[in-house]
Design a protein around this ligand. Sequence first.
Ligand SMILES: Cc1cc2nc3c(=O)[nH]c(=O)nc-3n(C[C@H](O)[C@H](O)[C@H](O)COP(=O)(O)OP(=O)(O)OC[C@H]3O[C@@H](n4cnc5c(N)ncnc54)[C@H](O)[C@@H]3O)c2cc1C
Length: 415
Amino acid sequence: MKPTLIIGGGIVGLFTAYFLNKEGIEVTVIDRTDLSENCSTGNAGMIVPSHIIPLAAPGMISKGISWMFSSKSPFYIHPRLDMKLAKWCLLFFKAANEAQVNRAIPFLKNLSLLSKFLYLEFKEAHPEAALALQEKGLMMAYQTQAVEKEEVEFAHLARKHGLEAEILTPDDLRKVEPNLELKARGAVLLPGDAHLDPGALYGFLNKYLKEKGVKFLSNTQVTDFEKTGSKVSAVITDKGKIDAEKVILCGGSWSGELAQMLGFSLPMMGGKGYSFLQENKPEIMQATILTEQKVAVSPYGAHIRFGGTMEIAGTNQSINRNRVKGIYEAINRYYPDFQAKFPEEGKIWKGLRPCSPDGLPYIGFAPNYTNVLVNSGHSMMGVSLAPASGKIVAELHQQKDTSTEIAGFEVGRYA
Ligand SMILES: Cc1cc2nc3c(=O)[nH]c(=O)nc-3n(C[C@H](O)[C@H](O)[C@H](O)COP(=O)(O)OP(=O)(O)OC[C@H]3O[C@@H](n4cnc5c(N)ncnc54)[C@H](O)[C@@H]3O)c2cc1C
């Protein structure tokens, strides 16, 4: 029997392998790196059923344009002559309207809620994973009146869609953060959100899947496919040919290149971001987004991770220290008493969020193929959504009904 080949061993690939392995399917994960260079280990680890609005939303265009002139801003597109980037930007602008956002909300919400449920099940089933999963919600803290207005409007929208959202005053903030000042006009608390340690999750899944018989071919790059009619019969790698029963593309920011080898278009750009760990002193208690700067704050007791910035970077992985500075400077702007240190070069983590132009993932069968599935493009929510989209792809693989509706994630929408 030939195996199902998963191309890409990031968190999306690993959760896909997890659910296929549960179904008794023989799985091989292929990755071009030694599994240390992806987007899945140093991110902010937030599980966010509240994130029902995709990146491509009406306000992003005007904000994006004003941010583009600052090298420390949260969102940046380095202007360059690149046809792929131009096409992606055009599709992003087309998608950033209210009608598209309203269409996306129920799909994203249901996928996210399923994922949160699966994380709680996963934590119960694998207490040894030590995920540091904290169900304390996510706080959106704001300093300006303009952002307060946006966040409060968002809180009403979230409630309209059945999600919990509380509006906190500066007095409430003092109770949430008793150890230091959080300099903000207020915050919206989203109690249904959670956060975990993404490195612990990734390390556990990697080890667990190997123990369960999933094969890993690391340092192996997929360079082409052998096709027969509407099927892929084998995957060509720089180490040779591997026969395949089915193929699943989980290549993150590189998935567009894999799709191109198969003859269809899957617009994708890497949204580069950075993070660094610090000693948590004085201790910040609450997972928070510093909204004006879009910096994520993920506390894990004695340590804390700060992460952020989104630079539409294709697949360029170089580190821009000025953008890291933007994250660093935000810390004391919101927490003046926190003992922030600028991270040394080797301590800066970087990752490329796989961004589709409309901010929605691609989940389902590849156009014109009967044995190729795609699970990619989760943008800023890959950790949050990986269990649900992995489970759905395993269901499609087994020709079962999917646990939630996936029409909004159609793989061929730009093909
Ligand atoms: C600063 C930052 C903070 C974030 N915070 C959060 C958060 O709080 N919550 C959240 O849900 N998400 C967050 N994200 C986003 C999240 O990290 C990503 O969405 C997620 O990691 C994407 O996972 P992936 O498996 O799709 O891609 P990746 O992790 O990039 O994995 C793709 C893999 O495919 C492999 N590959 C590609 N092409 C080939 C090929 N041709 N042959 C073989 N292998 C190939 C690559 O080597 C790579 O290992 C954050 C991201 C950043 C940068």
